[in-house]
Design a binder for this molecule. Structure first.
Ligand SMILES: [Zn+2]
Length: 234
């Protein structure tokens, strides 16, 4: 165990059209948000997280189940707690997020909200720093546009986060040597553009020193999977 534990709050752990689980988002130490698919504000409240204290949001890709919790979170950061926030994502993150907020709030976004939003957008670098956190990003295989996995350094620990991915070589690169890895495991058998439970188990076996937590589950559960509202200290 390092100097600091990581407190990982799973605000949602489901695949896109899971009938059982909320869409995915993870809060780390109450300061970082990894994707934003869940109903963020009530779920943060339930897990004891202050939405105003999130310093940085890391987006793996722009699919709706990873981003559609953000419009209301952003309103909180405009009208309730205007502390600065950095949003890191794949190339084009600013245009994609601004389009999402404009669709969500209509002309009120530009006329009454945008100028009060204390945001810095950052296109993810291979190695970068966001809100004081050093990270590396790794391009993973998912759909036609891919997905950014992140390795984030928090004090003396490395947290790897995959978002959506197939079980291909870049995923091994992402988790290699990480203390903790939050990785998707959608379901058994053939899970198009995602990772199967069998592949998740093989990945875990190849990296025995890393603590794996599996999310993005469609239905049922598998060894190592986390649940909605679960808080894990590692
Ligand atoms: Zn996706």
């Amino acid at each position: 165990m390092g100097l600091t534990d990581l407190r990982l709050a799973f605000l949602g752990t489901g695949a896109a059209f899971s009938p059982e689980r909320y869409n995915g988002a993870v809060a780390v130490n109450g300061r970082l948000l990894l994707d934003g698919g869940a109903p963020l504000l009530p779920h943060m409240h339930r897990c004891g997280i202050d939405p105003g204290a999130i310093d940085a949001v890391f987006l793996t890709h722009f699919h709706g189940d990873h981003t559609l919790g953000l419009p209301t979170f952003v309103l909180y950061r405009i009208f309730v707690d205007p502390r600065p926030v950095t949003i890191v994502g794949p190339e084009g993150v600013e245009a994609r997020m601004e389009a999402l907020f404009e669709v969500s709030w209509g002309q009120d976004w530009q006329l009454a909200m945008r100028h009060r939003f204390n945001v810095t957008y950052q296109a993810a670098q291979p190695s970068g720093t966001a809100a004081g956190y050093k990270y590396d990003s790794v391009k993973l295989d998912h759909g036609t546009s891919g997905s950014n996995g992140y390795r984030i350094r928090i004090d003396d620990r490395i947290l790897a986060y995959s978002g959506d991915t197939e079980a291909t070589a870049p995923l091994d690169e992402l988790v290699d040597g990480a203390d903790v890895a939050i990785v998707e495991a959608t379901g058994p058998g053939d899970v198009f553009s995602h990772m199967s439970w069998e592949a998740a188990s093989d990945l875990k076996a190849r990296h025995p020193k890393t603590r794996f937590l599996f999310n993005h589950v469609y239905a049922g559960t598998v060894d190592g999977a986390v649940a909605d509202f679960q808080v894990v200290e590692v």
